[in-house]
Design a binder for this molecule. Structure first.
Ligand SMILES: *Cc1c(COP(=O)(O)O)cnc(C)c1O
Length: 427
């Protein structure tokens, strides 16, 4: 597509956007002038779907009317609540229903999965991750490694970009995996790196990991609801994601888990168990002896968190209504492509502003990360004063994420204009 830097052009794209009506299905926060601002922070916390409140109200009503019987009565009996999220979650990540479950929070799930899928032996004990991964993932890995009596600086291998580069090359990741060979137990990468916005080639990384006999998993916090995922076909072993970023399911929202079908009937796999992962046929007989359910559901610990799950269910319904990830991704590539183009048009020297997100659309999602070496914080504050909600990462990165469900091409044009103003009239 050829882009133009005019408001009319952006509005023309909006007029032809088949998803434009979805913006109205969300509560947009107001800018400093009392008008709806430009929300470019969906990578951190997605906006509230207008349908979320009624979804929660319905469960309050059920609790009020039925009390304990709400587990069996009401429109969505709580006993089976996690099942109401299965089909939509499977579509979202390209999985079979048996491969997904919604439960807990992201870091909790990462730990539960690592207990099963990081099983170091005396010789195969290394775990490969991104250098500078999201801190929670670093801490999770560090503590898992210690749990096995190993030293993090020995067991954890970090991938770093080549000197002078900001992102990882797939061939370098593959080479590192080969080099680690028999010593590599588990690969755990973000599907999209939270800082640079780089989307990894998950199929190629999984192939490379499997070729040396390693297990391969992904933290999809920034990928779920952002990229088109085919976890089953890519043969990924395990994955988890949160629901409050691109999936608009509210602060601290629940999390999704994927475990490949080949592990669905493996009760022998070590895991931390709880009653909700036990075979429902005799869950309530309260007997000794854990027998896991088939598939990802067998990793559940506790009975379903109805309120966050009700929000998540309403939010996932919007993704389906919009035509699923294929439709969202089509618009997303255009939106992010437009933002990228507008920023490149500024032709700024790299020591002033550098885009560290890959230029190749296949290697990025909604997010564009700007490395602003001087006065980065001033750019962030300037955007905020213009009603543009961006996201600031120490020490000098501004992240912008136009998301296809509720951002418009006009939003993107406004971001481009504000950055240009900041360049020409530094505050
Ligand atoms: C957002 C994010 C988290 C947050 O974890 P919670 O357990 O939901 O607080 C963890 N890891 C990554 C990669 C993230 O992007």
């Amino acid at each position: 597509m050829t882009y133009e830097n005019t408001l009319d052009f952006a509005r023309g794209l909006d007029a032809r956007d088949s998803l434009r009506a979805f913006r109205d299905r969300f509560h947009l926060p107001l800018g400093p002038d009392g008008q709806p601002g430009v929300y470019a922070c969906g990578n951190s916390l997605g906006l509230q779907p207008k349908s979320a409140r009624a979804a929660v109200e319905a469960e309050f009503q059920s609790w009020q009317e039925h009390a304990v019987e709400g587990h069996f009565h009401g429109t969505s009996p709580w006993m089976h609540y996690h099942e109401f999220l299965t089909a939509a979650s499977a579509r979202l990540v390209g999985a079979r229903p048996v491969e997904v479950v919604v439960m807990n929070n992201l870091t909790t799930n990462l730990h539960l999965l690592l207990i099963s899928f990081y099983r170091p032996t005396a010789t195969r004990y290394k775990v490969l991750m991104e250098g500078g991964a999201f801190p929670s993932d670093q801490y999770a890995l560090e503590s898992q490694v210690k749990l096995h009596g190993l030293r993090p600086d020995d067991a954890i291998v970090e991938l770093l970009p080549r000197p002078g580069e900001h992102t990882l090359r797939t061939e370098d990741i593959e080479a590192r995996i080969q080099e680690l060979g028999d010593s590599l137990a588990t690969v755990i990468l973000g599907g999209v790196n939270y800082y640079t916005g780089q989307a990894f080639d998950m199929a190629a990384i999984t192939r490379a990991g499997h070729a040396v006999g390693a297990i391969v998993g992904f933290d999809l916090a920034h990928a779920a609801g952002n990229l088109e995922l085919q976890l089953h076909d890519w043969d990924v072993d395990f994955a988890c994601w949160c629901s409050y970023k691109y999936l608009n399911s509210g602060p601290g929202g629940t999390s999704g888990v994927f475990v490949h079908e080949r592990f669905a009937r493996r009760p022998d796999l070590p895991r931390l168990a709880g009653w909700w992962g036990h075979d429902p046929a005799d869950r309530f007989q309260m007997k000794k002896g854990f027998r896991p359910m088939e598939g990802a559901a067998g990793w559940q610990l506790s009975n379903a968190q109805i309120f966050p799950m009700a929000i998540h269910r309403a939010a996932l319904a919007l993704v389906d209504e919009a035509g699923g990830m294929a439709a969202l991704r089509r618009k997303s590539e255009q939106l992010t492509g437009y933002l990228f183009w507008l920023l490149q048009e500024l032709n700024l020297p790299a020591d002033q502003l550098e885009i560290i997100t890959p230029a190749d659309p296949a290697q990025r999602g909604c997010q564009v990360s700007l490395l602003v070496r001087q006065r980065g914080r001033a750019l962030f504050d300037y955007l905020a004063a213009q009603g543009i909600v961006a996201d600031w990462r120490e020490p000098n990165v501004v992240r912008l994420a136009p998301v296809p469900l509720y951002n418009s091409f006009e939003d993107v044009w406004r971001i481009g204009r504000a950055v240009a103003e900041w360049v020409n009239h530094p505050v």
